[in-house]
Design a protein around this ligand. Sequence first.
Ligand code: SAH
Ligand code: SF4
Length: 356
Amino acid sequence: MPPTPALLGLDRAELAEALSSADRPALRARQLARWLYAGETDFEKMSDLPADVREALGERYVASGLVETRRVESEDGVVKVLAHGGDEESFECVLLPYADRVSCCLSTQVGCPMGCAFCATGLGGFDRNLSAGEILGQYFLLQSISPRRISHVVYMGMGEPLLNYPEVVKSIRLFKQEVGLSPRHITVSTVGIVPRIRELAQENLPIHLAISLHSTKDEIRNSLMPVNQKWPISEVLSAAKEYVNATGRKVTFEYLLIEGVTDTIDQAEDLATMVRGFPSLVNLIPFNYVSTGQGFKRPAPSRITQFRRTLESLGVNVTQRRERGHRIAAACGQLAGVHGGRFARRRSPSDLSVLS
Ligand code: SAH
Ligand code: SF4
């Protein structure tokens, strides 16, 4: 039996459509949206909707289609939740409480077709895109267990957001319009899908863009990230510049430090040259161990410091990823490891045909 359709993820016009048999559908859609996008899942509690409307909705729809299947908490307050959207294909989201704010990391696909050599998600293959409702549903699942309001969202969980462009953009618009989150508090991380970066620049949504660069040399980036064969570093940088020019926002370059592969000083120097001249930030991410069969290792702390100091001495704004929830393998971008092999694997890792 197909899953009952969910209302979360629908915009006002779509909600009015779902309510078309009710009296005054536009008003009812407004009332329903207020409840749905405050995280209410029980139609009975939507007290300003007439009882017959609530009943009719309950017969045909669920508020959110997400089913939580597992929850793991670490002692630093990070909570990882495993959920599915009715088809048993699991994906993960993570609650990240900090002293000054609460953030969450959301998945955009079940698996990922990009096949990056260092990434547990990529190594597990790809199953399907998530809908806008499934993306928002992760936020509300996490909000229901967070004592404080989640004010920041990062699209850095499983999957490549810009390969699921329409649903990701729809979810961002709903976060902005219905949940009341500022686009400035929303970060989308991409492997570098150049035409979609350009399209995003024109959406009039000043979200924060993070680009996973990870190497300054095309040969190395080709071997780590097959997407580089399609859009090499120079094209990614020019799309990043366009994004900055169109939105007035800084771009973050994420830079993964893998011992002897990406952490060489000449790459730190190249990186400084590459990012000079436009507003940007480099976020260093020491490799988190994933069994890739390639023997990748996290560099020693002294080497990470050396890489960082080189960048700083060349005038680059540098941060280092705050690492949280290590013991529950909750770091964003490598969420699939704990349940590897559970995807349907309808496509194999690194299926670049999805880019054509
Ligand atoms: N597909 C998007 C977003 C999800 S991955 C992207 O690639 O940007 C989020 C981040 O986690 C990316 O920067 C990714 O390169 C990083 N990541 C993946 N595997 C990792 C690992 N083993 N250790 C540290 N960071 C990793
Ligand atoms: Fe996909 Fe990002 Fe992992 Fe690459 S790093 S395989 S793009 S999730």
